[in-house]
Write a protein that binds this ligand. Structure first.
Ligand code: BG6
Length: 481
């Protein structure tokens, strides 16, 4: 049991199993019994700003509901939706969909404005509160200042803020936002979401690498020729053009999800599996990462005709290229990446292409590969050459496959909300990781004086792997299938 005193920090030895946050309502206990009489569980809750928005309805409430169903929300947990509009509690709950009455009893709605201190005073007074900012990114700065000013974030042990991506718009704005965050909050209070880090299969990268000794000896420039990372989608921007047209694929996918996957694939083993050590290793590898020179951006044909997109939009819906990690383990190994919308296949996959053996002894040899399919239908493949049956000595490819039971896994937001409520930052992005990621992609955003890519994206047809006459020149892709 973790005890935290209301008036004075006070430690009391564990006497029930499990961890439970409690408050102690006396400062002068004389006996154990007296102490026990003054122990009460902390009241805990989450406040979701932007509660009338899509994210709250589609992801957050369903995730909290699943946690509730599994009995994983703390006792007496409260879920408060907050937004400027005032539909009233009943209408708001109705708008969320069908939930059992017992669950809706946890829900409340407060109409309030993050810019208006008086209205913030209507927020519930829980002892331990997670504030989820599901508001437009340009409001993050004011939101944090305002919550701090209102005294909601004074105790770094019992208050925290969850911030959705994007954290900043480019390196400069991310640095600025971080300076505001750093002035008002301790890093341990800041939970920057990258929903990929909530995916079981993404977290399985570390388990597969470091839970075994099979792969790690090969995992370096001696044995690996090239790594390819794909995050391809068949959908377009699906009615999100208001956001997407201003963001584009580099901000939407590369700066965050793709670089997080890269960091997990390439980082050193942490000395233990806790937030500090994992994030330290990810930061180290990101700080050694830089863009290569083979960078291509594209836009799918028909994008400009989508609702809300201008006829001259230069927004990139596709990017492919190379990244290098200048450290001892990876020097010289290209990390090729491809991400885009309206592609032939929806898939997140990492392909590790091993070097050929020193002698080519067998006819039919191909490079061995380790393939981590993260979604959909996650699996780990090890593709090696084996003797072809028969009289000859030639070889053919065989695939050893482990199918990851992702139907048993949890949704990203379920995992991330559970972790945030329980104060575990392991699967959230540290400020230094965000800044390094922006540094890596900043050139691709072409906001500065020089731009290493053609500013007009190449057009590509729906259902193709981007502008292939250009992307094929980057590498020989192992397109997912
Ligand atoms: C989001 C992007 O962060 O990730 C979307 O804004 C993208 O554009 C989505 O479609 C992909 O997530 P997932 O979980 O479907 O791979």
């Amino acid at each position: 049991m973790h005890l935290s005193g209301q008036q004075y920090p006070l430690y009391w030895p564990q006497f029930t199993s499990g961890y439970e946050r409690v408050k102690i309502t006396t400062t002068t206990p004389t006996t154990m019994m007296e102490m026990e009489q003054h122990i009460e569980p902390l009241t805990r809750g989450i406040v979701i700003f932007g509660a009338t928005g899509d994210l709250c309805k589609r992801k957050l409430i369903p995730a909290l509901y699943k946690l509730w169903q599994k009995g994983l929300l703390p006792k007496g947990f409260s879920i408060t939706g907050a937004a400027r509009r005032d539909p009233g509690r009943g209408r708001w709950i109705e708008s969320l969909g069908d939930y059992p009455v017992d669950f809706t009893l946890l829900l409340d709605y407060i109409s309030c404005d993050l810019d208006n201190q008086e209205s913030l005073q209507r927020l519930p007074e829980t002892d331990d509160t997670t504030y989820f900012l599901s508001v437009p990114p340009e409001r993050y700065e004011n939101a944090i200042i305002s919550l701090k000013k209102g005294g909601f974030l004074d105790d770094s042990e019992t208050s925290r803020v969850v911030i959705e991506k994007p954290f900043g718009y480019d390196l400069k704005s991310a640095n600025h936002l971080q300076s505001v965050v750093g002035r008002h909050l301790r890093e341990k209070q800041v939970y920057r979401i990258d929903h990929y880090l909530g995916k079981d299969t993404v977290n399985n990268i570390l388990a597969t690498r470091f839970g075994n000794t099979l792969l790690e000896p090969l995992w370096n420039r001696e044995y690996i020729e090239e790594i390819q990372i794909f995050a391809t989608e068949t959908i377009g921007c699906e009615g999100r053009s208001q956001y997407y047209d201003g963001a584009g694929v580099v901000r939407d996918m590369l700066q965050n999800h793709m670089l997080q996957v890269l960091a997990l694939v390439a980082m050193e083993a942490p000395c233990k599996m806790d937030a500090k050590e994992i994030r330290r290793e990810k930061t180290k590898v990101l700080s050694a990462t830089r863009l290569g020179k083979k960078l291509i951006t594209g836009q799918y044909e028909g994008y400009r005709e989508e609702q809300g997109v201008g006829p001259e939009s230069m927004t990139q819906t596709f990017v492919a290229g190379d990244l290098y990690i200048d450290n001892w383990r990876w020097k010289g190994v290209p990390f090729h990446f491809m991400t885009g919308k309206k592609m032939p296949f929806q898939c997140v996959e990492v392909v590790i292409k091993l070097k050929a053996p020193p002698l080519n002894l067998f006819e039919g040899e191909t490079n061995d590969r380790i393939v981590m399919r993260l979604q959909p239908h996650a699996h780990l493949d090890i593709r090696i050459d084996v003797k072809s049956p028969g009289l000859g000595d030639s070889v053919e490819e065989a695939t050893l496959t482990h199918r990851y039971p992702d139907w048993l896994g949890v949704d990203g937001y379920e995992k991330l909300l559970y972790d945030a409520i329980n104060d575990d930052q392991s699967h959230f992005v540290h400020s230094e990781e965000v800044i390094e990621s922006w540094r890596i992609v900043d050139d691709l955003l072409c906001t500065g004086d020089s731009c290493p890519i053609r500013t007009a994206p190449y057009l590509y047809k729906e259902n193709t792997w981007g502008p292939m006459h250009k992307t094929e020149m980057i590498t020989q892709w192992d397109y997912p299938a």
